[in-house]
Design a protein around this ligand. Structure first.
Ligand SMILES: NC(=O)c1ccc[n+]([C@@H]2O[C@H](COP(=O)([O-])OP(=O)(O)OC[C@H]3O[C@@H](n4cnc5c(N)ncnc54)[C@H](O)[C@@H]3O)[C@@H](O)[C@H]2O)c1
Ligand SMILES: O=C(O)[C@H](O)COP(=O)(O)O
Length: 390
């Protein structure tokens, strides 16, 4: 039985992917083999000895201690693109509420309706000019990060009649192919800052992207720019943004990651981390995460990992070794010589590396004893050895 702990509410469509005869799932499960998580903070999570994999039902993995996972042979998965459409739609809404004071206007109408003796229909015609704002049509949108979300945002903004600039120095071929050819892809983000009426950021949060939008970046932007952050709070330096809002250089800041400080600042529109909160997205992410977790635990296949190479192999023996090790010379030689010393014949093998780590699957045509597994564990730089039986 595999034990799966859920650290957030995971859509039942995802949990239903897990074969109940082989998987025990719950919030109170102990010494879990796998974790299903959304945004629950895991930086200080104490890994139980059995833990082999963490599946993030979503895109951002900055809540997970990736380096510590790699050192402990724990595979971390995410679900690329599974919630991108939900975020794209909220970006459109964010541009609209940053342009016209739709939220303020709606609140004001409610106030009128709750004020005795006010003729609401007459009041709105008199008062509506207070909520006027510009159209998106023919304005320029700058999109930072052209991955799953960024590309969708670019393409739909073109449909809205906007001129679109995109910036992504690590643009993958797949991502480039998803991008409409009318998007102006720039190599220098300052070019995007210079022309954009709206700027939206869609990059992962890490040490390199922290404070991406800071005072220096804002100083390169057009006056009265509207900035949208549906990616992570730490990508924008709050103090610098507050100064720019107070000086009027930034007209509106929409954030999906509010805190006590930014929320109360004038011209900030704070949303409750709603980007991926649609039934469709929650289901897509949960299904993908659960399938990837199951395939790794049961078959040793890795798909959409953020810390180990993607490796899948058809079963061709009766037992399988799944080996996570450091990416250093002579690992394969040592693995093979251990198996040949024990007269174990290899049916098939795949090995791939990713930065400092590597993953090897070896299919063999004999049952494997604990002694063999222990001999493999004793190889220097071996991190985790698992034996699976077909
Ligand atoms: N608000 C929400 O609920 C919500 C939902 C989904 C994702 N997100 C956030 O959005 C982020 C992006 O999601 P995605 O699905 O598009 O991910 P993605 O991995 O498909 O795309 C990220 C893109 O950012 C690019 N990038 C990385 N560093 C960059 C840099 N320094 N400058 C410019 N581009 C850079 C990458 O090359 C990649 O193309 C996630 O990491 C997550 O933090 C938020
Ligand atoms: O990175 C993500 O996928 C989003 O921030 C969604 O987070 P959530 O699953 O907690 O809504």
């Amino acid at each position: 039985m595999y034990r799966i702990k859920t650290l957030n509410k995971i859509s039942s469509a995802g949990l239903d992917q897990l074969d109940k005869s082989r998987f025990q799932i719950g919030t109170e499960v102990e010494n879990e083999d796998g974790i299903l998580v959304r945004s629950a903070p895991m930086q200080d999570y104490s890994f139980p000895p059995a833990l082999r994999a963490i599946a993030r039902a979503g895109a951002g993995t900055n809540n997970i201690p990736i380096d510590r996972c790699s050192e402990n042979g724990i595979v971390v998965f995410n679900t690329p693109g599974a919630n991108a459409n939900a975020v794209k739609e909220l970006v459109i809404a964010a541009m609209l509420i940053a342009s016209r004071d739709i939220l303020g206007g709606a609140d004001w109408v409610q106030e009128q309706a709750h004020t005795p003796k006010v003729d609401v229909a007459a009041a709105v015609e008199k008062g509506k000019s207070a909520f006027v704002g510009p159209e998106l049509y023919r304005k320029t949108l700058g999109v930072i990060g052209l991955g799953a979300i960024g590309a969708l945002v670019c393409n739909i903004a073109l449909d809205l009649g906007m001129d679109v600039y995109g910036y992504d120095p690590f643009l993958s071929v797949d991502a480039a192919l998803r991008l409409d050819r009318h998007v102006h892809v720039v190599k220098d983000v300052n070019e995007l800052y210079r022309v954009s009426d709206y700027i939206t950021i869609h990059v992962p949060y890490n040490n390199n992207t922290k404070d991406f939008i800071n005072a220096e970046a804002i100083s390169k932007m057009k006056g009265q720019v509207r900035v949208l952050n549906l990616a992570r709070g730490g990508l924008v330096n709050d103090e610098d943004m507050i100064a720019a809002l107070e000086s009027g250089r930034v007209a509106k800041y929409v954030t999906d990651f509010p805190d006590e400080r930014i929320t109360t600042v004038k011209n900030v529109i704070a949303l409750p981390h709603l980007g991926a909160s649609t039934p469709e997205s929650e289901e897509n992410c949960a299904v993908m995460a659960a399938r990837q977790l199951q395939d790794y635990l049961v078959n040793g296949n890795i798909t959409n990992s953020v810390n180990l190479p993607n490796v899948s192999q058809e079963w061709s023996g009766i037992a399988r070794l799944c080996l996570i090790h450091k990416n250093v010379p002579a690992m394969l030689t040592q693995i093979m010589s251990t198996l040949s010393d024990d007269r174990i014949n290899v049916e098939n093998m795949t090995n791939k590396s990713r930065k400092d780590y590597a993953y090897t699957i070896v299919d063999v045509n004999t049952r494997l004893t604990d002694e063999v597994a222990d001999e493999l564990r004793a190889i220097p730089n071996m991190i985790r050895v698992r034996v699976l039986n077909h």
